[in-house]
Design a protein around this ligand. Structure first.
Ligand code: ZN
Ligand code: ZN
Length: 477
């Protein structure tokens, strides 16, 4: 964190405008408002609020057009509301991408999949989802991902992480078993296609009471969890640490001391927020005020409380999400937060706010999302991970299907199918074959060989002999 400027005490009173030196570092250590305007003009943006070097466009994040810096964290608010889901806001879901190539998801609410697709993330690469708790607004799109990603080529298990509950019925393992039952017809029918282990789920159910326990540690990434007070036992907050950068997401819950203690001086602190405006909500939704106040008082954090927690925690960037982004309420939320907190604050709503974080800089933008963006294929680097490619393994071997239509469909209805010769123009006739071929392979030489070869080469640079072997193989024996 830059210490040339203290946003909290802001003792300087210079009228000087800030200047930037050639490498874009703010150099005036005394100025209160580095963006122009006089001191005490209410601007709370600190000098480290500026673009990181990897950005291609400082105002808009164009999905798929920007490489994340090696030392950088990118946090995208894929979905940002509990209820209602709207065209502007999907159910809560936060994607965290790291400069080491790792990608994590925190919650997976209703409608987040269409924003993930619009963010140009291949469905096959959506994995390692951490659930704060099992309210449906935090997991509604999981069955959809579960059902379709294996068909796209993720033939490996889905990996999910989440808390246990007070009884075995209340934990994430039980929820996943329920999802498997609910999707049985779907998965059974899709098993006429290559699926491999795609419908297996590796469930990391951790003890919800193990406050500050580690629930993930791999590739320099550590993720910890702790309890949140959210109506029922089994709600958690998460903290991710990597490369000296940190991110906390509270999930849902009441303001609490544990979160203050375990989030101290985190880089990006994200809380849920609920404005204390039950009378207004009762006018809008037609529900009695007591319904809203009781919901808040048993389960959620008021805007005042969130500001209070920010002040205790002192993050570099304080954010709120999981809130219906009603423009008439935004000033109220800000006013409540500013009662306590005068540091850097931004909304993680509506969809999709993108935050880039390095040790020197933090920057927020909105993503430009296509209305009908289509599925993106995995990059060469992603394909290596997905299909376990290496210099010695350059073929993509499709798993054999579990069964065929003959096993799961009675002949009667298939016999009712119209003879295709009646609708195919004769010159393009192709005899339908509903059985996927056994032992099917893709030869990379003819597919995406050169790209993959380059990526394999850079990943396995040390293994020179093998690389030579791969080159020979790809250039054709
Ligand atoms: Zn919620
Ligand atoms: Zn909840």
């Amino acid at each position: 964190m830059s210490n040339i400027f203290n946003a909290k005490t802001g003792t300087a009173a210079s009228e000087d405008l800030p200047v930037q030196n050639s490498d874009s570092h703010w150099v005036n250590p005394t100025i209160k408002n580095p963006y122009g305007g006089g001191p005490n003009t209410g601007i709370t943006l600190p000098p480290y609020y500026r673009p990181t070097p990897s950005l291609k466009n400082n105002n808009v994040y164009f999905p798929g057009m920007e490489e994340l810096g090696d030392d950088e964290m990118r946090i995208s608010f894929i979905g940002s509301t509990p209820i209602p889901v709207t065209r502007a806001q999907a159910g809560t879901c936060i994607m965290v991408e790291l400069g080491n190539g790792k990608r994590f998801f925190f919650d997976f609410g209703s409608g987040c999949m269409r924003n993930i697709i619009a963010m140009s993330v291949p469905l096959t690469m959506v994995n390692d989802i951490f659930f704060t708790h099992l309210h449906v607004d935090h997991y509604a799109d999981l069955p959809y991902l579960y059902a379709f990603a294996p068909w796209m080529g993720r033939w490996k298990p889905l990996r999910v992480h989440g808390p246990s509950g007070r009884t075995s019925r209340d934990g994430i393992k039980q929820m996943i078993e329920g999802m498997k039952m609910m999707t049985h017809w779907h998965t059974d029918s899709f098993n006429i296609m290559p699926i491999g282990d795609g419908y297996e789920v590796e469930v990391n159910e951790f003890d919800f009471r193990d406050d500050n326990g580690i629930c993930y540690q791999q590739d320099g990434v550590t993720i910890r969890h702790w309890r949140r007070s959210h109506a029922k036992d089994g709600a958690s907050a998460y903290r991710l640490d990597w490369n000296g950068l940190s991110f906390v997401y509270t999930g849902d819950g009441r303001p609490d001391e544990l979160t203050v203690q375990l989030s101290q001086k985190v880089d990006v602190f994200v809380s849920e927020v609920q404005p204390d405006t039950s009378n207004l909500q009762s006018l809008k939704f037609g529900v009695p005020t007591v319904l809203a106040t009781t919901t808040i008082d048993s389960a959620h954090s008021l805007h005042y409380a969130v500001g209070y927690m920010f002040k205790q925690i002192q993050p570099r960037l304080a954010m709120v999400t999981h809130t219906s982004y009603d423009e008439e309420l935004v000033p109220e939320i800000v006013a409540g937060i500013r009662t306590h907190w005068n540091g850097l604050f931004q909304f993680g709503a509506p969809d999709v706010v993108v935050v880039n974080v390095t040790k020197d800089a933090i920057w927020t933008r909105k993503a430009a999302l296509p209305e009908s963006g289509n599925l993106r294929q995995p990059s060469a680097r992603e394909a290596i991970e997905l299909f376990d490619l290496s210099p010695l393994k350059t073929e993509i071997v499709f798993p054999n299907t579990k069964h065929t239509v003959l096993d799961i469909q009675e002949p009667f209805i298939r016999d009712q199918e119209i003879d295709p010769k009646k609708y195919y123009p004769p010159d393009v006739y192709r005899e339908p074959n509903p059985i996927f071929p056994a032992n099917f392979k893709i030869d990379m030489k003819t597919m995406i060989g050169e790209k993959i070869a380059q990526a394999v080469k850079s990943k396995f640079e040390g293994i020179k002999d093998n690389i030579q072997g791969l080159k020979d193989k790809l250039q054709g024996e």
